[in-house]
Write a protein that binds this ligand. Structure first.
Ligand SMILES: C[S@@+](CC[C@H](N)C(=O)[O-])C[C@H]1O[C@@H](n2cnc3c(N)ncnc32)[C@H](O)[C@@H]1O
Length: 232
């Protein structure tokens, strides 16, 4: 399984990763897919990483951070075969589900990496993406755990850097503490402009959204909110 090192225990990992790295045992098929994860479905562990070189010939490139069980990643990739999708997720079972989805739908436009997205985004060039999704990131609702939340001033600056001018970042959450934490950070991030024109624009599922099993469980304390930011 050299392609899927456990990112929570990797000696090279510069940051501590919270949350689950593994869940229930993989099915035989998932195990085979993970073990066979070759360069054609992922990317190297080190070095600069250009999505346009990794998935050449696509009109646009999209990053999904923390894709969970991959319903949204695979669904979007099916809908948009002319767009290249990169997904980063440290949870082994999620990576296995993404690989099964890629195989089931014979997708040619998806690459996935079992990794901490904070590390992967540092490897990518400015303006690499037309769109970035950060959907229902682990909420860490207690204020003493706020530092564990994915959105921090440094990650927000990195996400802004990765977007092309006119590109968009979508954050979704159903946890008030996360929304209250992330919105001011993103509003203060140079180069990001919140595309909100009234409550409907953050309370409704966006027209292009795909609801995941996680979202449908409604584990948070508020109805889901969606915040789209444009790179100026
Ligand atoms: C609450 S789940 C939501 C999953 C999915 N986005 C959805 O909406 O169904 C949050 C996901 O973020 C992943 N995650 C946590 N920290 C991460 C990080 N540093 N980089 C990438 N993914 C991360 C978790 O493993 C988990 O799968």
């Amino acid at each position: 399984m050299s392609q899927t090192p456990d990112p929570s225990t990797s000696a090279a990992a510069p940051r501590r990763l919270y949350g689950r790295a593994k869940g229930h045992p993989l099915s035989a098929r998932q195990q085979a897919l993970v073990e066979g994860l070759g360069e054609q479905l992922t990317w190297p562990d080190e070095g600069a990483l250009d999505p346009a070189a990794l998935l050449p010939g696509f009109a646009a490139h999209v990053l999904e951070i923390g894709f969970g069980a991959a319903e949204h990643l695979i669904g979007q990739a099916q809908r948009n075969p002319g767009t290249g999708y990169l997904g980063v997720e440290p949870f082994l079972n999620g990576v296995a589900k993404a690989l099964a989805g890629i195989e089931d739908h014979a997708l040619k436009n998806v690459r996935v990496k079992r990794a901490d997205a904070r590390t992967e985004i540092e490897r990518m060039p400015d303006g690499a993406f037309d769109r970035i999704y950060l959907l229902f990131p682990d909420p860490w609702p207690k204020s003493r755990h706020a530092k564990r939340r994915f959105v921090q001033a440094d990650t927000a600056r990195a996400l802004a850097r990765l977007l092309k001018p006119g590109g968009t970042l979508r954050l979704a959450t159903d946890v008030r503490a996360y929304a209250d934490h992330a919105l001011p950070i993103l509003l203060e991030t140079p180069g990001l402009n919140w595309l909100a024109d009234g409550p409907d624009s953050w309370r409704d599922n966006p027209a292009d959204h795909i609801i995941t099993r996680y979202q449908s469980k409604h584990l948070g304390d508020i109805d889901p909110v969606f915040m789209d930011f444009e790179k100026l």
